[in-house]
Design a protein around this ligand. Sequence first.
Ligand SMILES: NC(=O)c1ccc[n+]([C@@H]2O[C@H](COP(=O)([O-])OP(=O)(O)OC[C@H]3O[C@@H](n4cnc5c(N)ncnc54)[C@H](OP(=O)(O)O)[C@@H]3O)[C@@H](O)[C@H]2O)c1
Length: 285
Amino acid sequence: MNNILVTGASGQLGSEIQHLSKDYSQYEFFFTDVAELDITNLEKVREFCSTNQIKTIINCAAYTAVDKAEEQTGICDAVNHIATINLSTVAKELNIKFIHTSTDYVFNGKNHVPFKENDLTDPINVYGKTKLLGEQAMIDINPKHSIIIRTSWVYSTYGNNFVKTMLKLAETRELLTIIADQVGSPTYAYDLAKTILEILPKVNNDQVEVYHYSNEGICSWYDFAFEIFHQTNTNCKVLPIETKDYPTAAERPSYSVMNKSKIKNTFDIEIPHWKTSLSNCLKKL
Ligand SMILES: NC(=O)c1ccc[n+]([C@@H]2O[C@H](COP(=O)([O-])OP(=O)(O)OC[C@H]3O[C@@H](n4cnc5c(N)ncnc54)[C@H](OP(=O)(O)O)[C@@H]3O)[C@@H](O)[C@H]2O)c1
């Protein structure tokens, strides 16, 4: 049996993989979150993988509170960096395929064309820095048949995210001001989860490879909010504002669009446009 460990399984991406797992009966899934398996503990990871004869790890666990991370640097580093060392180490020792997830925030946002996998990384906040350290450690340890998938602006029917926040705010507000000078591509976690499960058998590289995945298309947070209200016929006005008018603890890249040609060409996949995927998600909410 091909045993798959999914870490961070109660998060957005992990929950979507759980939801899809019924269609992948060729695998036996072990869904864990911090209560069942704290990935910052190397011995526990080693013991879990060895006892359960894990053949693949999909790491959906992360510290994703971007603003809080500016203060909680220790815990953020432990989950995003040290735990990636742990998982990579055990994957290498036990010959486990390791699918790790990372972020567009490893870039500084100063591009004007979509970032490619090999473009210079230069994170501008603690979250991005710790995710980059995790990536670099994994590349150094180099477990076989392992990949890093960077994604961006993740939302789903699970957990907290921009789509749910907008809908919640619109219940009590007639007008929202939303940042229009940060541009990126939303990712419906369901689409990424499906892609991970589809490409899994084809991941055979000897050196760790990095891929970019988001939905197709580009938008600002303002465009995203506007489209959420448009598709749900919500009566809430959206006004564009600049980043400087909405100060946050963590700085965010102004342009974080990623080039997805590599993952599309390597695995021969098609990626839905963000407006189509938003509609699919809204139907379930
Ligand atoms: N969310 C985004 O907008 C976004 C954007 C770009 C990239 N990404 C990346 O995409 C991936 C999936 O993100 P997501 O949105 O699904 O994240 P998420 O919803 O925040 O889920 C992460 C999960 O990991 C768990 N976790 C935290 N510390 C752990 C530990 N020590 N051991 C085991 N589990 C632990 C969390 O539990 P608690 O909730 O109890 O802490 C949570 O259930 C991550 O690699 C993330 O960095 C996300």
